[in-house]
Design a protein around this ligand. Structure first.
Ligand SMILES: Cc1ncc(COP(=O)(O)O)c(C=O)c1O
Length: 378
């Protein structure tokens, strides 16, 4: 299989760089902090039996997850080891070599690479010049007689853009008209900067949708590795469950317990993430304001990542490389988001703002900018 560029880059740098300023998850909690937030004790955790669990996920966890949807029950939920196993399994099960898939670009690389490994894939651009708008005519034009699946991600990784609700409803009508599955990656949902931009969860409103979600992002619990796919289509879920027998088989019992604990205090976890994001984004506003000749900055609609443009001399790749080597500040340059399907932006970088290290990281970034400002000016 093709390399997963982002994970390969992270394998080298994520735990090496002094200032990880490009994380896509929110600030995590320790097990102790999570338990005490939920009024649980260490003893509660130590009583969890480390047996195999059900492949579908513990019934009580599936019910707690189903409660986060408007129209679904526990039997509409299949748990996975993180969202990533869900993406992999869904693509392997839904797509065969004679099928065709449509994927938005730019995107989280797995969304594009996994289908490409299986069948023909068309990319449809989110347009940088119109606030990352998805042109539904492009989707219509890309549809073929064998199009099996459209894969979207809103809030999008890396741009943070969200499709407007009317366009989303239209996208679902297009899928329905052609009998196409909609794979909707919703891992950044609930992190909208303006709540009125929040869109429905696809599985609530479309009978052939698969909604992907996880404890990693909005809830700040990536180390649990608990993700899930929600769908009204129980036949598809059953096929995914059977494929999972060849992967993780089942989730970790202690993680399932802690995910349920996390969901019992989901409002508190979300508020914690959102207030940190609000504080951090105002620091980013001040930074980008001070260096406005070198960056084009725009708030994402949602998520705790953004994709600003670097307009300085030498381009974004060397900016990110030099910054990392000289100051230990880790950002993700545009090349990580290269697409095989079409041109993707080449002058942007991903910055994260869901973690508690913003002040220290921005200080290091500011120091670097002060030392290099005139050299970077085009
Ligand atoms: C859009 C998107 N989908 C899926 C995933 C995978 O999530 P996890 O690492 O929790 O499996 C990520 C992780 O960064 C992501 O950004």
């Amino acid at each position: 299989m093709r390399d997963f560029a982002l994970e390969k880059f992270f394998s080298q740098w994520e735990f090496q760089a002094k200032y990880h300023m490009t994380a896509s998850d929110a600030q995590s909690l320790s097990i102790g902090e999570l338990l005490s937030l939920a009024g649980k004790t260490m003893e509660d955790l130590t009583n969890v039996h480390l047996s195999y669990t059900e492949t579908w996920g513990a019934p009580s966890l599936r019910q707690a997850i189903a409660n986060t949807y408007d129209n679904l029950n526990a039997d509409n939920i299949l748990c996975f080891a993180g969202a990533e196993e869900g993406v992999y399994t869904a693509m392997r099960v839904l797509l065969q070599k004679d099928d065709h898939a449509i994927v938005v670009v730019p995107n989280y690389q797995a969304a594009e690479t996994l289908p490409i490994e299986i069948c023909e894939v068309s990319g449809v651009a989110l347009d940088a010049d119109s606030n990352w708008r998805l042109d539904l005519d492009d989707i219509r034009k890309a549809i073929r007689s064998n199009t099996k699946l459209i894969s979207v991600c809103f809030p999008n990784n890396p741009t943070g853009s969200i499709i407007p609700p009317d366009d989303y409803a239209e996208l679902i009508s297009i899928c329905r008209e052609h009998g196409i599955y909609l794979f909707s990656d919703e891992v950044y949902r609930l992190l909208e900067l303006d709540e009125s931009k929040r869109i429905d969860q696809a599985a609530d409103v479309y009978e052939k949708a698969l909604s992907l979600n996880v404890m990693s992002k909005a809830y700040g619990l990536p180390g649990l590795r608990i993700g899930w796919i929600a769908s009204q289509d129980k036949d598809v879920l059953t096929k995914l469950e059977q494929y999972k027998h060849y992967l993780s088989i089942c989730n970790s019992a202690s993680s399932e317990y802690l995910a349920e604990v996390g969901l019992s205090v989901r409002e508190q976890l979300l508020q914690k993430t959102l207030s940190l994001m609000t504080k951090n984004i105002s620091m980013l506003d001040a930074f980008f304001d001070d260096y406005s000749e070198l960056f084009e900055w725009q708030h994402p609609d949602g998520s705790c990542i953004a994709f600003p443009r670097f307009t300085g001399r030498g381009g974004v790749e060397s900016f990110c490389k030099n910054l990392l080597e000289e100051s230990g500040v880790l950002l993700l340059p545009a090349s990580i988001y290269r697409s095989e399907l079409m041109d993707a932006p080449t002058d942007r970088f991903r910055i994260g703002f869901g973690r508690a290290n913003m002040e220290a990281g921005l200080l290091a970034l500011r120091n670097y900018m002060e030392e290099n400002r005139s050299a970077l000016q085009a």
